[in-house]
Structures are given as C-alpha cells and as structure tokens.
Design a protein around this ligand. Structure first.
Ligand SMILES: C[S@@+](CC[C@H](N)C(=O)[O-])C[C@H]1O[C@@H](n2cnc3c(N)ncnc32)[C@H](O)[C@@H]1O
Length: 253
C-alpha cells in the first residue's frame, strides 16, 4: 500500500463500539438509500457475487454477522429455501428494526431471525452454522482478528464463510480517483443526511464511513487474518479496482 499507512487492526480509538453503534442508530432510517447512492448501485452486484461464491446452500443454517438492515440475510434466506435457517446479527437494534420492516414488506415471509449481538462475542455454540457471511462490518469493530476468529468458531466443519469489505485501491491513480469520489461525492451527499453533526463529540456519520476505509487491511493482509483464524482455501476477490474485496474461506471437515 504505497503512500498509505496500513492499519493492521483498522482504525481504533477509545469507545469505538459506542461511537459505531451511535453512528448506525443515527443513519438507520436512510442507510439503504445512501448505500445505493454511495456505491453507484454496485452494492447489489457485490451481494450477488457473495451468493455465487456460496454455491448451493439450500437447507443450510446461515448467519449474517453485522447484518444491518438485513439485505444479505434476506438473500441468504431466499437461497437457503424453506428448509434453511437464517439468523441476522447486529449490535445496533435500530438497524434491525429496519431489517424486520424490510422483511415484512417483501412479499412472502422470509423468516430471518434478527437478533442483537456483538460480533466479538457471538452467543452461539461452536459449529452452529454451515454458512457465515458479513458485509462491510469488519472496519467497524475494535478487533478485526477477533471478529474473524468468532465467525470461524461458529462455523461448522465443512462450512463456508464469505465476507465483503471496502478498501483503499492500491493503484495510485485509482486511489486518487477513489479519494476524490469519497471527498467530493460521498461526504457531500452524506452531509445532506448527517447534517455535519458530530456524534459523541467525534466525527459526523459519513466522515466515519469514509475515514474507516483509509488504510484498512485488505487483500492478502486480510486473507492472512482468515488463515490465522483457521480458514482454508482462503481467497480475496478484488472488485472495482480494489475499492471492495470479497473474501472466502472454508472450515475443514
Ligand atoms: C456498514 S453496515 C453493513 C450492514 C450490512 N451488512 C450491509 O451489507 O449493508 C455495518 C453494520 O455492522 C454493525 N456492527 C458494527 N459493529 C458490530 C459488532 N461489534 N457486532 C455486530 N454488529 C456490528 C453496525 O451496527 C452496522 O449495522
């Protein structure tokens, strides 16, 4: 990562978990709308790619950690079908209110159990799930390795995990364009929503969402964390010139 300080455990500061929860409580009502705008509607493609990597999951037990408004959990429920079970876990109750509302609004019930929980201390016994997913949560936690370790722990032998996270592109020209996009578009549009109000005396919500990406471990550095947790067949799939990575890993039978 030339010219960029790599923060192997993401950006950490005192009371980060309180701040993060307050940020997502604040933005829950417009989170989906902003995601679509910020990602130039590419987020749906990244979700589809996650589902493709999972292969056939019909009838499987699935957990989506840091589920937010439940988009990935609902895709899992559709893909796992009637015999499947899906739990969507998030530390911010307000996000889960919108997830529940979305589930009820989308035709036949999808039966996702949305539960409040902390990714760093998941309340499920070892090997509870065949599939574990997580989208854009890792940079929000105060111990990235612990979160990956926990997701590995709740995965059953033979199970598979797929996680997506934003990154700063390594290529200098792309990184310049990405930074410009973050500063000029994301923060500017975000300002209309977060009104530039500081949360907990720290930065406004959309400043955090942009800042937390800077220097966040990605690619091989992140893949090593998966291997360290015990995952095998780890792969880091680079998307959009390295603005997003989708990681996959399996647990040995
Ligand atoms: C950027 S959002 C992503 C939401 C969703 N996965 C998606 O793809 O849109 C990050 C989510 O992670 C949740 N989160 C942050 N720290 C967490 C933790 N320690 N345990 C569980 N969820 C957490 C936040 O509340 C938020 O809903």
């Amino acid at each position: 990562m030339a010219g960029e300080e790599l923060k192997p455990n993401g950006m950490q500061f005192a009371d980060k978990e309180v701040y993060v929860k307050d940020v997502f409580t604040e933005i829950a009502s417009y989170y989906d709308e902003m995601n679509e705008i910020m990602s130039l509607r590419m987020i749906r493609g990244w979700h589809r790619y996650m589902m493709k990597l999972l292969g056939d999951i019909s009838g499987k037990r699935c957990a989506d950690v840091g589920t937010g408004t439940g988009e990935i959990a609902l895709l899992l429920a559709e893909k796992a079908g009637k015999g499947g079970e899906v739990v969507g876990i998030d530390i911010t109750p307000e996000m889960l209110i919108y997830a529940e509302r979305k589930m009820r609004g989308r035709g036949p019930p999808k039966d996702v159990a949305f539960e409040v929980g902390d990714a760093l201390d998941l309340q499920y016994p070892d090997g509870s799930f065949d599939v574990v997913t997580s989208g854009y949560m890792l940079r929000n936690v105060n111990d990235v390795q612990k979160a990956i370790d926990e997701m590995y722990r709740i995965l059953a032998p033979g199970g598979k995990a797929v996680m997506a996270e934003m990154a700063t592109p390594d290529n200098r020209v792309v990184r310049w364009a990405f930074k410009l996009y973050m500063e000029k578009r994301v923060k500017r549009i975000g300002r209309k929503y977060d009104r530039g109000e500081e949360i907990d005396g720290k930065m406004p919500a959309y400043d955090w969402l942009a800042k937390s990406i800077e220097g966040f471990p990605h690619g091989e550095v992140m893949a090593d964390k998966f291997s360290k947790a015990g995952f095998v067949d780890v792969r880091a799939h680079k998307k959009n010139f390295g603005a997003v990575y989708i990681y996959e890993g399996a647990k040995l039978r």
